[in-house]
Design a protein around this ligand. Structure first.
Ligand code: CP
Ligand code: NVA
Length: 303
């Protein structure tokens, strides 16, 4: 059976193994060998990307394979060919498809029609590969997950949804502070709580950022205006103002609390320069870790 990575849940019990494998790859494992020689990755991006696109392309190069970047405006999708037919055609030629989609339904349609593994490069519901890099960054700094508390402040976005699921899967306490109406996906909250119960940790969604930040080992935020909701910018900037990750909020967390952000950041909005460039920020390690985790994911899916 082919594997897809559409949700963090698709990693199942292998999630921690993938994180460990990424850590070994970062330290140089497989350097100089070409485990994906002759393999091709197709990458369809409906939205902009710096980290995800570059990390997958570089990962394929360093593993000896090849990648093809396909912008919808350059391929026949832009002229009306269905995503499902595109998936069937690509499956006859490439070994894996990475897809960044506006809509989760489109992601499912592509995954259902493709006969090769499909990896989500983000959609409006989840960003599973980001969560793996986030967890690797935490493991590197703290050496464990159990007994830690991650506090997410801001928009209950795709990034927040995947991080919530991922935290529960590795047994780490998770608290999100979001304004009313901007909470993580209700169904994924339920699923995360179920997983957390099994793993002996907790998942909470609150409204007050100080509440979430109290005793946190990790403080995390994402943009207030995700790709696709730009027409809500003014309203969102008003609603999210009290949710800024700044030094006042950081003081409420543990002394050795680390700061993460998936990037791109909007400095002065969801995070201040002072925090982003401060000693507690591991944000650029986190972005580098996209490369090591994409490698571990590709090696798991492509044979
Ligand atoms: N964090 C992340 O996915 O960044 P890009 O949008 O640049 O890929
Ligand atoms: N929530 C953001 C993440 C970008 C990596 C977005 O969807 O635009």
């Amino acid at each position: 059976m082919k594997l897809n990575v559409i949700s963090v849940q698709d990693f199942g019990e292998s999630l921690e193994d993938i994180i460990d494998s990424a850590q070994r790859l970062k330290k140089g494992a497989l350097k100089g060998s070409d485990p994906l020689k002759g393999k091709t990755l197709a990458m369809i991006f409906e939205k902009a990307s710096t980290r995800t696109r570059v990390s997958f392309e570089v990962a394929m190069t360093q593993l000896g394979g090849h990648s093809i970047f396909l912008s919808p405006k350059d391929i026949q999708i832009g002229r009306g060919e269905t995503i499902s037919d595109t998936a069937k055609v690509l499956s006859r030629m490439v070994d894996c498809i990475v897809y960044r989609a506006f809509k989760h339904d489109m992601m499912l349609e592509l995954a259902n029609s493709a006969t090769v593994p499909v990896i989500s490069a983000l959609d409006d519901l989840e960003h599973p590969c980001q969560a793996v890099a986030d967890l690797l960054t935490i493991k590197e700094q703290k050496g464990k997950f159990k007994g830690l508390k991650l506090a997410y402040v801001g928009d209950g976005s795709n990034v927040c949804n995947s991080l919530m699921l991922g935290s529960a899967m590795v047994g780490m306490d998770f608290a999100a502070a979001c304004p009313k109406g901007y909470e993580p996906d209700a169904n994924l909250i339920k699923q995360s709580m179920k997983i957390a119960k099994r793993k002996g940790c907790s998942v909470k969604v609150v409204e007050d950022p100080s509440d979430a930040a109290r005793k946190a080992d990790i403080l995390y935020t994402d943009t207030w205006v995700s790709m696709g909701v730009e027409d809500e910018t003014m309203e969102r900037e008003r609603v999210f103002k009290p949710y800024q990750l700044n030094s006042d909020l950081l003081k409420k967390a543990k002394k050795d609390c680390m700061v993460l952000h998936c990037l791109p950041a909007h400095r002065g909005l969801e995070i201040t320069d002072e925090v982003m460039d401060g000693p507690q920020s591991f944000i650029f390690d986190q972005s580098e870790n996209r490369l090591h985790t994409e490698k571990a994911i590709l090696l798991t899916l492509i044979h």
